[in-house]
Structure formats: structure tokens, C-alpha cells
Design a protein around this ligand. Structure first.
Ligand SMILES: [Zn+2]
Length: 102
């Protein structure tokens, strides 16, 4: 019984979402405190080779002459998704919530 409870707990904890652009498992990501999303965390593709992100640099340059890009972001509360603007490779990386691998 104890073991079963533990397995259920682990399964429940593992919410796996994949990026539709590169297939990478999205990382659980803590929303900035001052964000308007009003939720604690979302899921973001942090793959630096993701086409969505790579093409974003060109797109932002052409559209806005801006040195920035965006990453695929998924909101698990309302299933909404969209771009998360980033201005360097490491923007928002510190807010990735690393899952306990033990
Ligand atoms: Zn991706």
C-alpha cells in the first residue's frame, strides 16, 4: 500500500509536455513574480536548437530590428500557448524548476 501510494505520487508529479516545434520535453518554469499570468509556473522549451527559437532571432530582427527571440511557452492551466520573449540564450533559465531525479 505504501509503495502504491508512492508510485501514484510520482506519476501525478510528472507532467510531461513536448514542444510541437522540436519535440523536446518542456521544462517546468517558474513565472516571474510580476507577470500578468497569475499562475505559479508554466512549461517552456529551453532547447537552443529549437526551430521556433532559432527562427525567432531572424524574425525579431526583420520585424522590429530587435536583438531578441522567443521560446515556446505552454500554460497548463488554460492550455494556452505562445511566445516567451528572451533577449539572450540564458534569459529566464534560472527560473527553470529542476525536477527531483531521485
Ligand atoms: Zn522547441
Amino acid at each position: 500500500m505504501q509503495i502504491l501510494l508512492k508510485i501514484n505520487f510520482i506519476l501525478e508529479k510528472q507532467e510531461i509536455y513536448r514542444c510541437p516545434h522540436c519535440g523536446t520535453v518542456l521544462k517546468k518554469w517558474l513565472c516571474p513574480q510580476d507577470s500578468s499570468w497569475g499562475i505559479e509556473f508554466q512549461f517552456v522549451c529551453f532547447n537552443d536548437l529549437c526551430k521556433y527559437y532559432v527562427d525567432g532571432w531572424d524574425w525579431m530582427k526583420k520585424q522590429y530590428n530587435s536583438k531578441s527571440s522567443y521560446r515556446y511557452r505552454f500554460n497548463p492551466v488554460n492550455n494556452e500557448f505562445g511566445p516567451l520573449p528572451v533577449w539572450t540564450e540564458n534569459t529566464f533559465r534560472s527560473q527553470i524548476i529542476e525536477e527531483d531525479k531521485s
